[in-house]
Design a protein around this ligand. Sequence first.
Ligand code: PLP
Length: 414
Amino acid sequence: MELKHISKDIYDVEALRSDFPILGRTIYGKPLIYLDNTATTETPRQVVYAIRDMYYNHKANVHRGVHTISQEATMMMEDTRERVRRLINAPSTREVIFTRGTTESINLVASSYGSLLSEGDEVILTEMEHHANIVPWQLLRDRKGIVIKVIPLAEDRSTLDLDAYKKLLSPRTKVVSVTHVSNVLGTVNPVKEIIAEAHKAGAVALVDGAQAIAHMDVDVRDLDADFYVFSSHKMYGPCGVGVLYGRSRLLEAMPPYQGGGEMISSVSFERTTYAELPYKFEAGTPDFVDLAALHTAIDYMSAVGVDRIATYENDLLEYTTRRMMEIPKMRIFGVAPGKAAIISFLIGNAHHYDTGLLLDKLGIAVRTGHHCAQPLMRALGVEGVVRASFGLYNTIGEADAFLTALKRIAPMLS
Ligand code: PLP
């Protein structure tokens, strides 16, 4: 995909914004300032057109049809698989499994790979995980009697205590499952190092890439990840679809996650044999419409350039953080160097919800609450925080409007 407003020297954010119709909205008569990109990113019209094109021209069930549009739909979905493979540098499309998103991908691994674990086997998580990377392992604990161990935060309350991690590893460690980027602190974890340590201990490593995929180049081979998972809706793509990358050797040894059509080779009442990878893990009709459109979202992101998006967002992050710290009683959570463009904060002891509501009245969309990371909230000693997060289309003008709003509401809150 070519984007006219992007060249080697130009990052024309206004032109990029014009691709996102929702950014033209007003809220309470004020222009929308969308700072909730960690929860979901907005969608460019190119992706919406791709969805419409599927419904208008190519909607037929995939894989089963000899007729032309079924073959077109199949080809479009499979093209996305190859596009995802290239995006993350996976060795083979057999290792790219389509799911409903990060949550389902982790549930698939915890349930299927987890079924190969035994009572007393250990799974290591971190204190900064999203509930999506905690609860599936607890369900496994209930089923199989595994033991969950947790890497704590370091003293800076932003990074992981890697010495503690090394001490947690044992011959019983079977899985290390860690987020690439914290959805609250913005911390970019040293996952390559974490994976290497896991492998030394004989464990496999899963990386939750939900917050990484739209903000940095991801190379599963370089990371040496065994599983890498992410959601389309956090990368300017459609809702309801996502990816599980898995090492083929592991996927082959794993039992299917769900049974049904598409995932079989042959079925009789006595015995069923399963399809080859990746289809063994894709029971039922996939969301081929949104999967086809995910291709366009990846092309869009790549046309802008993920590294350029990261640099641009980082400038916004640094500017906004520096100016926020000038506001009396501002408490910012997450100070790791090189963090992603996520700012979690509280103003004094003001309730996060009140701050979010007041910002909304000024047209500014931020997220409030525990951000599906209650153990992290406990570690930080808070019940919830306000979170502002940037995407490729946010502007310095929006950052200024956000800062002005914060200055205006801060005295009301204290
Ligand atoms: N993991 C992290 C780090 C997240 O930030 C999120 C969503 O915010 C998830 C997992 C869950 O993603 P989804 O709801 O798309 O499955």
